[in-house]
Design a protein. Structure first.
Length: 250
């Protein structure tokens, strides 16, 4: 039997299983079963019970996380006191249990996140041309961003971000170099580098490819299906919006 949200004055709702056919929610006052719950009450109580079960599960996860953190902290303190203990062959039983607990927690949380549809998006660096026909390349890069998001990824396109008005001027070599260096720095945390090559490979993209190789980041080459038609549609829409904003000609 489980009880949901005692109402005060001895009133509560309980889910009875033993001795009742069919099992279900009932209304109690001071421990005495008075009646079966109405369909509206049952729907509400099922929802409340689900939320309480989720809260209990999160509480158990938090307790496991605290336990794993404490065990890992003990292992870290041992490593600080004696760096030679980094060798797993020299771990004590407590240190080994700490690592096992942490590994089990990671596996449990990862499995739970996947089941609940909360798997975090993959962090990717988006590489596409910028210099040259800047207007065309910007429109193309926006299509590439859209493609990454459609794949469930979290892209960063530094050549779009840093070249916005008031940030960096790509026509000034010093500022262009600063933007490239800032973009390359993201390779320290990226899970992949995606290169969109419908418009070719620029020198900045080659530099990004070398940075990916040095950082050990996987490289993927991609293209946008029917990108020419899509570019034309975007440009036409932009021109139309501009004409409409200017109003009718005199």
């Amino acid at each position: 039997m489980k009880t949901v949200h005692p109402m005060g004055d001895g009133v509560d709702y309980r889910y009875d299983q033993e001795g009742l056919t069919p099992a279900g929610w009932s209304f109690y006052r001071k421990g005495v079963r008075l009646r079966r719950c109405t369909p509206q009450e049952i729907k509400l109580l099922d929802t409340i019970a689900d939320h309480e079960e989720q809260a209990a599960e999160y509480t158990r996860r938090l307790a496991a996380m605290r336990d794993a953190a404490e065990r890992l902290a003990m292992a870290c303190r041992a490593f600080l006191n004696d760096p030679s203990r980094v060798n797993k062959d020299h771990w004590t039983a407590t240190e080994r249990r700490g690592q096992i607990a942490l590994d089990a927690l990671k596996a449990a949380l990862q499995g739970s996140s996947e089941r609940e549809g909360m798997r975090p998006p993959r962090l990717v660096i988006l590489e596409s041309p910028y210099s040259g026909d800047v207007e065309l390349n910007i429109e193309y890069a926006r299509l590439c961003l859209n493609d990454c998001l459609a794949r469930g990824e979290a892209p960063i396109a530094s050549h779009l971000l840093f070249t916005q008005p008031g940030v960096l001027d790509d026509n000034r070599p010093q500022e262009r170099e600063a933007g490239i260096r800032a973009g390359v720095a993201w390779y320290r945390v990226a899970e992949a580098a995606v290169f969109y090559t419908d418009l070719g490979i620029s020198e900045g993209m080659r530099r990004g490819q070398r940075a990916a190789e040095r950082a050990g980041v996987p490289v993927e080459q991609r293209s946008i299906p029917d990108f020419a038609a899509r570019i034309q549609a975007r440009v036409a829409a932009t021109v139309f919006e501009g004409d409409r904003a200017r109003g009718p000609r005199a």
